[in-house]
Design a protein around this ligand. Structure first.
Ligand SMILES: Cc1cc2nc3c(=O)[nH]c(=O)nc-3n(C[C@H](O)[C@H](O)[C@H](O)COP(=O)(O)OP(=O)(O)OC[C@H]3O[C@@H](n4cnc5c(N)ncnc54)[C@H](O)[C@@H]3O)c2cc1C
Length: 237
């Protein structure tokens, strides 16, 4: 099998019995195509996807290794991965090598100004939740897009009305295990093997109401949920 990576599909068109995928580097013909673009989906690849997905930014920072004394100073030493009970939750864990990983949601675009704002907010929330480590340097930080759908559920199945096109996406921030399993289920479906796709994942995602405004609605939801969650602890001096 040949894999063509690092080259985006820019169009998907009917081509006889199958589909023609065009990339800047060339074209590929395929009888069956799986759309697994999740938080990086395009509105028109294929057109059916338009208005059905909503990318949301998730952002993570990782400190340098903490010493045992530093870990004890904060009183949070469990190696178990954890998250808090806020709607706009924070997720965090000590890694086996002593580094501490801390992440949260925020931002709805990849715009550099928004990335910088989310990064500053992440650092601020980290300092408020773990004041003993407020001055600890972050070794690295990264972010990406998770995928919400208009049905609030993932989808594995055929693209309606497009014979040979399939989709597996909409993992809502929990795709590390679920999308891996979803890939296996999608492969079985495409190969015509018996598959046990959960009923929740068999309904094609609905379009968001007023799809053109869904990013604005998500921003408003962040503000509202932030208010409902209540203030963060005070920043350390
Ligand atoms: C910061 C962060 C933290 C996260 N933490 C967790 C966690 O703790 N647990 C968890 O379960 N999940 C977590 N997630 C979510 C998880 O990463 C995703 O659910 C998972 O990666 C989805 O896998 P996927 O293969 O469906 O999509 P992705 O891994 O997003 O892959 C989609 C691919 O499609 C490609 N693509 C898009 N358009 C095109 C095109 N036109 N042509 C060709 N290729 C295209 C993209 O380049 C990308 O490689 C996190 C996500 C982020 C961003």
């Amino acid at each position: 099998m040949r894999i063509f990576g690092d080259t985006p599909v820019v169009s998907i068109q009917r081509d006889g019995e199958g589909w023609r995928l065009t990339t800047p580097e060339g074209q590929v013909h395929a009888r069956r195509v799986l759309i697994a673009t999740n938080g990086y989906s395009s509105e028109d690849l294929p057109d059916w996807l338009g208005g059905r997905t909503l990318p949301a930014r998730s952002q993570i920072m990782m400190t340098r290794p903490l010493t045992r004394t530093e870990r004890r100073a904060q009183g949070f030493t469990t190696p178990i991965m954890s998250y808090d009970t806020r709607d706009l939750l924070h997720y965090f864990r000590h890694l086996p090598d002593g580094r501490f990983l801390f992440g949260m949601r925020g931002g709805v675009t990849a715009h550099p100004a928004e990335a910088a704002r989310t990064s500053a907010l992440l650092r601020d929330h980290f300092a408020r939740m773990f004041p003993a480590w407020a001055a600890v340097e972050a070794e690295t930080e990264w972010s990406g897009f998770i995928c919400l759908t208009g049905s609030s559920a993932p989808y594995i199945g055929p693209v309606p009305g497009a014979d040979g096109l399939y989709a597996a996406l909409g993992w809502h921030g929990n795709g590390v295990a679920a999308a891996t399993l979803g890939g296996e289920l999608a492969a079985g479906l495409i190969a015509g093997a018996p598959t046990a796709i959960p009923a929740l994942m068999r309904q094609p995602p609905r379009r968001f109401p007023l799809p053109a405004l869904r990013r604005v609605a998500l921003r408003a939801a962040y503000v509202w949920k932030g208010l409902m969650d209540g203030p963060m602890p005070r920043a350390p001096h």
